[in-house]
Design a protein around this ligand. Structure first.
Ligand code: C2E
Ligand code: MG
Ligand code: MG
Length: 788
């Protein structure tokens, strides 16, 4: 009901009904007035005609009576005693105007002659004077009787109502003069009867009843012939009502007094059934009603069609707008009409086009990075959901040193570097294996490739970065780290895959490598990481830490005199957690202080144990960069040394290269103090940080520990051999000893021995072991002489 069509239709219907109602009301009242006027007119006309005709008849009767009274023939027989002659004369005169009553009255007031019309239904008299079809003229029985109203004889009144045996006559009396002498009177009269009533009815079309009123009593004298039968009693009831000015609804009626005499009154009632008068009007009224109904129907149909014709194009526009809202911009809406709707449709099409363009722009913005115009993370997720069933490699790339570029050259240059990298990576992505290149933001990119060839991809990327980036005379070598994960080998959950590639990338930061393939042991997801932060606090009180020791083989003496203490955390539910996963957490949450102190004390205690066994073992303890910032770390270490009574020469402190780079001044000062105390100082993971030779020269250290990433592929990687050789030479030239970690094969061990590396550490020699396992190993070490 709320639709536009219905509303328009309802409006039309209301207007139409209102207009029709007013017209109908006006017509109804006009018709009612016309009906009333018609009725009034009919009654007035009836009475007027009646009065006119009745008066004319009376005048005619008076004139005739007067002429007859002056007739010589009448005068002659009037004095005559012969009654028969008088009656014949009377009849002759009566016949002239066919009166119903003729009377001769003597000068003494005695009725000397009387003729009276009797209708044939009355009992015929023996003295029949004339016989007509329906009536006879007979001698009246008042002959010889005194005239009942002598005053009439001298009255000047034209006519009187005379009653004989309940028959009413309208009579006119005229004196008969003989010279100036009055010799008697002649009277003629017409009967007031049904014939008279019928005559009026035929003229006026109204029922005509003559009623005699006498002392409140009504007597029906004559009544016109009726179409609808009405009893005399009913007629009298109607007459009485009309006389009281009460006309029943179904009638129209009027009354007028004809004559009053001797306390009686003769009146005429003219009436009719209302329906007879207004039937024509009612017929007209019905026609009007029918016409009104027809026009109303036609108007409503027209209104419905108009409403539909207005709402139909609007409905089309609404349907089209819904399509646009649902994002369907292909189909245009067409209207042949050039009216407002047509214009609106055109505007719709323009709007649709603008929306489509805007949506395209929004989609592009939503799916692309503003800086590089490369697909972004959102697009990556879309593509990944489509790639689900294929095998592919995801490479998460991170541009190194962007932070430094931003800090030193400004963000604009940083942006230029990112854009340059994007362009170069795009060049790679033109090649067939690359399915997608995504810029996640800042210095992070993702490559999706349909190859599993890590070396090939790494070579492609490195080749793309070969050319230096130049900005205002400053040359910058672009370098990226790569974290790699395979689908579906690592996981079939693409979201998880992104995390895995990220974890692998993250790991390159920790271990200083440039490329890292995801391994399950790298991974501790963030929830676990959060739990670990809490659980780590309980590790020392709950005795969950344990020290493992990994031997370092002296390549000169082929003896094991050194071990590295490596902490192990056995989590109550997760089991063994690698230090790479919890050491960075401990560093970030301030828990590294307690952890290092625990390791240090445990290492000293183990040292005491071995000393007791006659094993002179030097134990390396890993010191975190955070420990170097502790104000009382030095005091703590010295105090523990005193308590455990261990010679400082038995302890090596391994400090990563990067922890020195962070704050070289204070690090150098503290390490100097440790060196002075008698500890051996070793630079761990050498080669993964960015320490300069100048810094290295200042460091108060005894040895360099070459990171395992350079050692692990020594056999196959000539570059690594060159780096390791020159690092050994450099260290020796600076008076430092060299430790190589990550020796996994014999080749590396021999190679390092050949190039005078002092100490060797790696799985090839021994994996890290708990003291309980390592002690027998130390007491009875395997022979390495064969190898070397
Ligand atoms: P790191 O100080 O460079 O320790 C050497 C790591 O190399 C150890 O891993 C060791 O197990 C591993 N490794 C030794 N030989 C080989 C080999 O032939 N091949 C391979 N692939 N790996 C080898 P781990 O025990 O997982 O320790 C990882 C890192 O965690 C350590 O690197 C060190 O930075 C840190 N860490 C371990 N214990 C402690 C500690 O007590 N305190 C601190 N601050 N850090 C520690
Ligand atoms: Mg170490
Ligand atoms: Mg190391």
């Amino acid at each position: 009901m709320k639709s536009l069509k219905n509303k328009i239709f309802l409006l039309f219907v209301s207007i139409l009904l209102m207009v029709q109602g007013i017209a109908f009301w006006t017509l109804y009242h006009a018709n009612k007035n016309q009906e009333d006027a018609e009725i009034k007119n009919r009654l007035t006309m009836g009475i007027t005609i009646f009065t006119e005709l009745f008066d004319r008849r009376l005048a005619y009767l008076s004139a005739f009576t007067h002429i007859a009274a002056n007739d010589h023939g009448v005068k002659k027989v009037f004095d005559n005693e012969d009654i028969r002659h008088l009656l014949l004369s009377l009849n002759n005169n009566r016949q002239r105007i066919n009166t119903d009553l003729a009377m001769a009255i003597s000068v003494d007031g005695v009725i000397t002659g009387q003729l009276q019309r009797h209708f044939i239904h009355s009992t015929p008299s023996p003295e029949i004077i004339e016989s007509a079809n329906r009536s006879t003229i007979q001698a009246g029985h008042e002959l010889g009787l005194q005239f009942r109203y002598p005053s009439w004889l001298t009255s000047s009144q034209q006519s009187q109502i005379y009653i004989i045996d309940n028959v009413l006559y309208q009579i006119s009396i005229s004196p008969i003069k003989s010279g100036s002498k009055n010799v008697g009177w002649l009277a003629f009269g017409f009967e007031v009867n049904q014939a008279l009533a019928n005559e009026f009815k035929s003229i006026t079309h109204l029922q005509t009843d003559f009623i005699l009123k006498e002392q409140g009593e009504f007597t029906l004298t004559a009544s016109s012939k009726q179409n609808v039968k009405m009893s005399n009693k009913e007629k009298l009831v109607l007459a009485k009502l009309v006389n009281q000015n009460i006309t029943p609804e179904q009638y129209i009626a009027t009354y007028t007094t004809i004559s009053q005499f001797n306390k009686r009154e003769l009146g005429v009632y003219m009436y009719s059934l209302r329906e007879n008068i207004v039937s024509l009007l009612e017929e007209q009224w019905l026609q009007i009603l029918l016409l009104a109904a027809l026009t109303l129907f036609a108007s409503l149909s027209g209104a419905y069609l108009i409403a539909a014709s207005i709402s139909k194009p609007i409905n089309r526009l609404v349907a089209h707008a819904k399509k646009i809202a649902a994002g369907h911009f292909e189909q245009k809406i067409t209207f042949t009409e050039k009216n407002e709707i047509g214009q609106l449709a055109n505007e719709f099409n323009h709007m649709q086009l603008a929306l489509a363009q805007r949506e395209e722009a929004i989609i592009r913005l939503a799916n692309h990075d503003l800086l590089t115009d490369l697909p972004n993370r959102h697009r990556l997720n879309e593509v990944l959901s489509e790639l689900k069933n294929e095998h592919f490699m995801m490479v998460h790339l991170n541009l190194s040193r962007l932070k430094d570029v931003n800090a030193t050259l400004g963000y604009d240059v940083g942006d230029l570097v990112i854009q340059t990298l994007a362009i170069r990576l795009q060049a790679i992505s033109q090649q067939q294996h690359v399915q997608l290149l995504v810029h996640l933001g800042a210095d992070e990119f993702i490559l999706i490739l349909d190859t599993m060839e890590i070396n090939g991809v790494s070579a492609q990327v490195n080749k793309a970065l070969e050319d230096v980036f130049c900005f205002q005379g400053i040359s910058l070598q672009l370098q990226v780290r790569m974290g790699i994960a395979f689908y579906p080998e690592h996981t079939s959950d693409v979201t998880r895959l992104v995390q895995m590639a990220d974890t692998a990338l993250h790991h390159t930061r920790n271990n200083g490598s440039l490329i890292q393939v995801y391994q399950p042991n790298l991974d501790i997801n963030s929830v676990e990481r959060l739990n670990l932060i809490n659980d780590l606090r309980q590790a020392i009180p709950c005795n969950q830490f344990e020290l493992h020791f990994q031997p370092k083989l002296c390549l000169y003496s082929l003896k094991v005199m050194h071990v590295e203490a490596l902490v192990r955390w056995t989590h109550p539910t997760l089991g063994m957690i690698p230090p790479d996963n919890f050491i960075p957490i401990a560093e970030k949450t301030g828990q590294i202080e307690g952890l290092t102190r625990w390791v240090f004390v445990a290492a000293l205690m183990q040292c005491t144990e071995w000393n007791k066994l006659g094993l002179d073992i030097n134990i390396s303890v890993n010191i975190s960069a955070e420990n170097l910032k502790e104000p009382d770390f030095y005091e703590f270490v010295c105090k523990m040394m005193t308590i455990q009574n261990i010679k400082p020469q038995q302890i090596t402190l391994e400090v990563t290269e990067s922890s020195v780079v962070d704050d070289p001044k204070s690090a150098i000062k503290l390490l100097g103090k440790f060196k002075d105390y008698g500890f051996r100082i070793s630079i761990d993971d050498y080669g993964t940080g960015y320490s300069s030779l100048a810094q290295l020269k200042q460091l108060p250290v005894h040895e360099l520990k070459i990171d395992k990433s350079f050692i692990q592929r020594l056999e196959h990687d000539i570059d690594d051999q060159i780096i390791v050789r020159s690092t050994i030479d450099l260290a020796h030239n600076m008076g430092l000893k060299v430790v190589a970690e990550g020796i996994e094969d014999e080749f590396s061990l021999l190679w390092l021995a050949q190039y005078n590396c002092e100490l060797a550490q790696g799985y090839f020699i021994s994996r890290p072991k708990p003291a309980s396992e390592l002690t027998p190993w130390l007491l009875n070490p395997p022979k390495f002489t064969k190898s070397i």
